[in-house]
Design a protein around this ligand. Structure first.
Ligand code: HCA
Length: 412
């Protein structure tokens, strides 16, 4: 199968519209499922970012999804300047596969668990039975579709003994393009990822590897870095990291971190679209970009007086990362109980245009600090500051009554 954008160091497989729709946040925000229009907006945002591999549900999950996947693929293919790869997330069931291929998917992301827990409580098949099923389904699919992209994932790979993983993957090796490496319950540490990836690369040099790391321990992003360093080519991500439970790495967090090690990603993805994509999700879910998201305005927001003073002098003191290249084009200094006189002076003079000296700002700060208990939902810090300044007789700078509308910017 032709590579849409060849030689990328890492290929993002975005699963916002598959694993992302399994996120509890869709319930918390009362959204439950994205509308078709919202899915198109999210997909368009991903395409703008340069993502070309998109995972969707197999149409068998429901009538509404079945209709949506067709519309989404048609919409994206019509609007993308690049060839796209739509991957259907399929159980090892011929019906899932048939429905996906009939809908026009470019490839299949097949999965089946063979961990001891899966054998007993999920697939409820012995290792031998599971391997035989997977081999039969994959062999038949390959025979019927010689060029179809096939990926196979052993669900819960990090709780599957390596010899069982080998038993399954040995049987499938001749037929697939990629083996998945899902840390389904987020228990792997970066060292585990390096060890397993290294072992699989040595044993299966002719296939690519795909990482899917859940964030139950907050280690998903660290596992992404370990995976790519040790040779994983495909990475599953989603917008905001939405996925089952506490999710997977966010597409923007992954690209932001990886670009520190692989600057060529700046040429290969349109990284300035990262923040707009996060804001798009915020507007759809009706909530703020998560404060843990690296590519966010939160990561450019300063609250403590010491930080605010330093940032007013030189941003780099507390802003170490170039988020501007990822679309975050401003920063914020929040006026509040921890602010010091530097920001208060700056605010009253520059924003409120008060005729105020540094000495007065220091006195106002002292009073403000003594009255911060008044700040809350009904009184903002700015209101309290103005109240204090006005009571001290500090006035606004006289602004000319008539502000010229047609300004000459250049006199020479
Ligand atoms: C799931 C499980 C999965 C699959 C990952 C994969 C996981 O939600 O069905 O197909 O590689 O984490 O194991 O997301």
């Amino acid at each position: 199968m032709a590579e849409p954008v060849p030689n990328r160091i890492v290929e993002i497989i975005d699963t916002t519209l598959r694993d992302g729709q399994q996120s509890p946040l869709l319930f918390d925000t009362g959204k439950y499922r994205f509308s078709l229009e919202e899915k198109k907006q999210l997909l368009a945002g991903l395409l703008e970012l340069g993502v070309t591999h998109i995972e969707l549900f197999s149409p068998v999950v429901g009538e509404a999804e079945a209709q949506d996947v067709r519309e989404l693929m048609a919409f994206a293919r019509e609007h993308s300047p690049w060839p796209l790869v739509f991957l259907a997330h399929c159980r090892c069931h011929p019906a899932d596969i048939e429905a996906a291929l009939e809908a026009g998917f470019d490839g299949l992301n097949l999965y089946l668990g063979v961990s001891p827990l899966a054998q007993q409580h999920n697939a409820q098949k012995s290792l031998e039975e599971a391997v035989a099923l997977a081999q039969r389904v994959v062999q038949e699919t390959r025979a019927r579709y010689p060029d179809l992209y096939l990926r196979f994932s052993a669900e819960d790979a990090f709780r599957t003994p390596l010899e069982d993983l080998y038993r399954l993957y040995d049987a499938l090796y001749p037929y697939v393009h990629t083996f998945g490496l899902p840390d389904t319950v987020g228990l792997a540490e970066p060292e585990d990822v390096t060890r397993v990836v290294t072992a699989l690369r040595a044993r299966y040099p002719k296939v690519a590897l795909e990482g899917h790391f859940h964030n139950d321990r907050g280690l998903a992003l660290a596992n992404v870095l370990a995976a790519v360093r040790s040779g994983v080519r495909y990475l599953d991500t989603s917008i905001w990291g939405l996925a089952e439970r506490s999710g997977i790495p966010s597409v923007t967090g992954a690209l932001f971190n990886l670009s520190k090690h692989y600057p060529e990603l700046f040429q290969q993805y349109n990284l300035s679209q990262c923040y707009p994509l996060n804001v798009l999700m915020a507007s759809i879910l009706g909530t703020l970009v998560p404060y843990t998201e690296p590519v966010s305005l939160t990561n450019r927001t300063h609250t403590a007086g010491v930080h605010q003073k330093a940032v007013l002098n030189e941003k780099k003191v507390y802003e170490a990362h170039n988020l501007h290249d990822f679309g975050v084009d401003k920063n914020q200094l929040l006026l509040g109980p921890l602010s010091g006189w530097h920001l208060i002076y700056y605010y009253l003079k520059e924003v409120e245009a008060l005729e105020i000296s540094k000495e007065q700002a220091k006195e106002i700060t002292q009073e403000f600090k003594g009255r911060t208990h008044e700040i809350g939902r009904s009184k903002k810090p700015e209101e309290l500051l103005l109240e204090i300044a006005t009571a001290r007789g500090i006035r606004k700078h006289p602004i000319p009554e008539e502000v010229p509308t047609a300004r000459l910017e250049n006199l020479d």
